[in-house]
Design a protein. Structure first.
Length: 103
């Protein structure tokens, strides 16, 4: 099975963008394994097949918090020229969660 690079596009609401860029870091979790991410697009290598994906954020310096968690199922196909994409959008309100969708 070949590794496929998944593009994960992670964005807070435009109103909260300056706050999140200054004080938080997004994290992508695929099948229980955490990957450090950034606001914008992050590329993560995964094996072809079915996966559970979650996106959340932490305040800088935190190591265990999981804030705004959103999750979805992701199926990755091992087909040449295919680049799976996932979008994660964080709502504007404090306490909002991510809406995660795979395409």
């Amino acid at each position: 099975m070949a590794m496929v690079k998944v593009l994960v596009d992670i964005r807070p609401s435009p109103v909260a963008l300056p706050f999140h860029r200054a004080f938080t870091r997004p994290v992508v979790e695929i099948d229980g394994v955490e990957w450090p991410a950034r606001w914008g697009t992050t590329e993560i290598p995964v094996d072809a097949g079915a996966h559970e994906i979650a996106v959340f954020f932490r305040y800088k310096g935190q190591r265990a918090a999981r804030l705004g968690v959103g999750a979805d199922e992701l199926t990755v196909h091992d087909a040449p020229g295919t680049q799976p994409r996932v979008t994660a959008r964080l709502g504007a309100r404090n306490g909002s969660g991510f809406k995660v969708r795979s395409a």
